[in-house]
Ligand binder design. Sequence first.
Ligand code: AN0
Ligand code: CP
Length: 322
Amino acid sequence: MKHFTSVQDIGPLEQALAKAREVKKDKFAHADAGKHLTLLLVFFNASLRTRLSTQKAAENLGMQVMVLNIKEGAWLLETQHGVVMDGDKAEHLLEAIPVMGCYADVIGVRSFAGLTSKEEDYGETVLNQFIRYSGKPVISLESATRHPLQSFADLITIEEYKTVAKPKIVLTWAPHPSALPQAVANSFAEWILTAGYSLTITHPKNYELHNAFTAGADIVYDQEEALQGAHFVYAKNWSAYQDPFYGKRLHGDPSWIINERKMALTDNARFMHCLPVRRNVVVSDKVLDSPRSLVIPQAANREIAAQVVCKSIIDSIKTKSI
Ligand code: AN0
Ligand code: CP
């Protein structure tokens, strides 16, 4: 694997899931594989799970890990080309990225959607500059349009907890007080559909996602109808994708919360969320605290997903296939 930015990069999912099961059996089976290789994790946005799980996964493989938080102690970075840099940004990505590439063998990048320009966000302008100018393998730690490490962990979790071969999986929009990216929802849809599962997506009108991610899913505007018979309920807020509403929080209709009454419509479904989650806005305490909730196993599987990805990149570096 050269870069890891979407489900396309991981190869056949059956093999990736088999590797995840191997990692889970013994996290330290390849404890020296990454010796003398350095992973740099660059964060343009906040993170709890991604920073900890990816660092842990890389260290399980013997890699050295450096973390750079752009908003805490680094020079603020200009990302646009051709601008007169007389504002608050002291350094350009055009220098910063190749410099990072001098010190790191692999670079992980978190850069959320700005939600002001669909072209910039869906053109992945920051992630693509890391790929282009670092000369090193790049791992997405959530880019403008996707969060593949999260979706891989979500798929591992579904494989572990499913009780029927073809579960009914429902992705539901949920309320939130601010405008959030579409990345988690896009990626979840992409991975679940690529894995061959049927997916139902439910959201209020005007919250339609980009059909490049959702083609093949059933879109149901009535949340209660969508939840009927579900085995997994994956809740997530996202802002509008469609024009003229791109990046906007159109409303936070509280009736879309996931609570016990909604879960009672399902086939004893498991509740999933990538975290961080707003209690009693997205989901009620009772659902989140119930034994049906998988949010902690999902977070635990982030380490496993990251380790499969890091190992695959290490193998490519060592065999000089990249
Ligand atoms: C982010 C998002 O919705 O993309 C990160 C989720 C992993 N969530 C928030 O900003 C609350
Ligand atoms: N789920 C997830 O990516 O969490 P963080 O934003 O805390 O990394």
